[in-house]
Design a protein around this ligand. Sequence first.
Ligand code: UDP
Length: 406
Amino acid sequence: MHALKDYESVVGAEIVEELRLLSEKTKGLKVQNVNSTAVGGGVAEILNRMVPLLRELEVDARWDVIKGGEKFFKVTKKFHNALHGKAEEIGPNDFSVFLETSEMNNRSLELAGDILVIHDPQPIALIQQKNKLNAKWIWRCHIDVSQPDERVWNFLRPFMDRYDGSVFSAPSFSQELPIRQFLISPSIDPLSDKNKELSEETVRGILEKFQIDPEKPLVTQVSRFDYLKDPLGVIEAFERVQKNVDCQLVLVGGEASDDPESVEVLARVRERAAGNPDVHVLAIPSGSDLEINALQRGSTVIVQKSIREGFGLTVTEALWKAKPVVASAVGGITLQISHKYSGLLCRSVEGAAYAIKQVLQNPEYGKRLGENGREQVRQNFLLTRHLRDYLLLFLALSHEGDIVRF
Ligand code: UDP
């Protein structure tokens, strides 16, 4: 695990010094994070890196995970999709399952701290313990809830409204709420195994391990196997590209333990890819960070053809590796990519195919897009900026109504 000092070589000593100065004011604060999975997906990815560094800054940070059975996670997956605006069949039984598991977690999960940061809808009902603790409660919503399914939204609202504040990743993701709102975009850790520099031999070795030809142009999408990531659409776009350019596709994903749908999606993707030897479908265990890093670095183009997206950390990771990225103009992707400057945005299978072809046929253009993308991430989406925002949030919460002097 890296120490803060190590980040100086990436972001400069001043940024790290600023964090230390700020942390003088937040020293000793007890902050508990709660989410629904320890592995898989963007939230776990961030907490994994953030919590140790907060501790180095002497914030007494911890991270806990709620428990739930398959039934509960099926329901919360439907809620997740519905909050993103996807049509889902949701009945009264789903709400009962959610409430029952929430009650069980309310009985068994020990909560303590000055600030509780509850991530996403799955653990939202922990707020029912609000009166037991003298703490500030934050609901950290990583989803774009700008056009939610009304039933799910209305069901969750009474919980949401009891929080002291909410955090969204972007202004366009949120809704009018009676509680304070903070805007904090996510980040990646440039020194993690997922993002650190790798030698060419390492990259090559890993590609070969997966039977990918290191000499042939490679198009990659890294994503949980989820319909909202549109893996089938990626294959369709790729097959259009293949008609003009000899290239290969990798769809790599794992299974998030809170996502039962992924098994079904993976089976459909495998079925669709069968018969095309240039399409590699890789289901690899979570925590395969070096492998993901190498696959991203070994790619010629990275695709993220999501139908809906939260922030889209896979895009951040690819941009940081100075890769040309072709991605849907949804969710946080539009915050990361300025079209034709730091990547290419698309809105359809045809659009994705056209953009992928453009980059494959014009490597110089791809290189320019990638370099601009990397700069965009350096300035806005690295972990050090995220830590600063969290420290400022903690300060703002512990000085409510006061003037906060930095
Ligand atoms: N990821 C991974 N292995 C996989 C698929 C995804 O490590 O097989 C990581 C990916 O590199 C990224 C995160 O999971 O860091 C996904 O975050 P994102 O915001 O893109 O999507 P989410 O899964 O949260 O919808």
